[in-house]
Design a protein around this ligand. Structure first.
Ligand code: PBG
Length: 357
């Protein structure tokens, strides 16, 4: 047995809390947290989201109340999601371009009230389209129905074509053209930062160009650069009323069976296109990806603790199986240790409260 083995005592530095605090390298501060908020048109609406205890769909007036309250409690940033009434949805998601929709209205209310928080918006179309996909489709549902009904009396070649027509997908280039419009609308209404979440190729470049040519050079882009097709988005789709009406999102969101090299490539491409920051999503199951991406890019890298992660913590805490505060704060340290500059989480309010105590 070596000399070293007998003299080394790892526990010496863990002995007292002053020493432990002195040596802590990973820290949490209120400024590290962004609170997502779901807004829908109407008045005095505060509808609980059942699978996300403590989260609500809010009408713009109620969202303003919530934001004033958050600002007073020291929360520094919010991320808006629009929830859209079924009758306002269509094949292209045109309600996203209505300057009086819930997101734009909330942004204006917050700006006019002088809410001192960073305003971020999610840029996507899944909440706005009747089919629930993240942009207009390459095939309209009507075209699909026609193809389907004639499928059985065609030649093998025609059948192969028809089979691919059964799998329409989001029209990438039509979607990014629209995203530019949506971004400008949000910037005009007061967004400090837009966050494209649809995983469309070249979305960042299109949004940057649209913002700049409309005079919004100061509006920044936080790209959901690395977003996996994940089961952990389940509760969100209830919250945002945005589940895909057919198929899934695996044709555009990432495949979790690929390793971190694809993630790094996605992030680097977005940085080259002009992303000011990138994000990895979901969080807990993707710490390896977060670590690789944050080290590979020379811009800040964020992480999104998504709805399913929140729901799991809430459920286990509700059952009395875990200490909620201890486990959530441990998770947040893990995100920061893996390289997250900041964290988007439904726990933002509670965390800021816990940090103050
Ligand atoms: C929109 C979007 C989603 C989430 C954020 N933006 C849903 C999805 O991609 O299906 C998920 C957020 C969460 O689960 O908390 N594209």
């Amino acid at each position: 047995m070596s000399e070293l083995f007998t003299t080394t005592r790892m526990r010496r530095l863990r002995r007292v809390s002053i020493l432990r605090d002195m040596l802590a390298q990973v820290t949490l501060a209120p400024a590290h947290f962004v609170a997502p908020l779901f807004v829908r048109s109407g008045q005095a609406i505060r509808r609980p989201i059942l699978s996300m205890p403590g989260q609500f769909q809010l009408s713009p007036d109620m969202a303003l109340e919530e934001l004033s309250d958050m600002a007073a409690r020291g929360i520094k940033a919010y991320l808006l999601f629009g929830v859209v009434d079924a009758e306002d949805k269509d094949a292209t998601g045109s309600h996203a371009h209505d300057p009086d929709n819930a997101v734009c209205t909330t942004l204006r209310l917050a700006r006019d009230a002088g809410i001192n928080m960073l305003a971020m918006t999610d840029l996507c179309y899944c909440e706005y389209t009747s089919h629930g996909h993240c942009g207009p489709l390459t095939q309209t549902p009507e075209k699909m129905a026609r193809r389907k009904s004639s499928r059985f009396n065609t030649s093998p070649v025609r059948r192969a074509t028809a089979a691919s027509a059964d799998h329409p997908t989001v029209d990438n280039d039509a979607t990014i053209a629209q995203l530019g419009m949506q971004a400008v609308l949000h910037a005009k209404a007061g967004a400090d930062m837009v966050a494209p979440s649809g995983m469309m190729d070249h979305a960042v470049a299109a949004i940057r160009a649209a913002l700049d040519s409309a005079g919004h050079q100061e509006t920044s882009i936080l790209s959901y650069a690395v977003k996996y097709a994940s089961g952990f988005y389940g509760p969100f789709r209830e919250a945002a009323e945005s589940p895909p009406q057919f198929g899934d999102r695996r044709g555009y969101q990432m495949d979790f069976r690929r390793d971190s090299r694809e993630a790094v490539r996605e992030a680097l491409l977005d940085v080259r296109e002009g992303a000011d920051m990138v994000m990895v999503k979901p969080g807990m199951a993707y710490l390896d990806i977060l670590s690789a991406v944050s080290q590979a890019v020379d811009v800040p890298c964020a992480v999104y603790q998504v709805s399913g992660e929140y729901a799991m913590f809430k459920a286990a805490a509700h059952a009395g199986w875990i200490d909620e505060k201890q486990c959530v704060l441990e998770m947040m340290h893990a995100f920061r240790r893996a390289g997250a500059a900041f964290i988007i989480t439904y726990y933002a309010s509670e965390i800021v409260e816990w940090l103050r105590q």
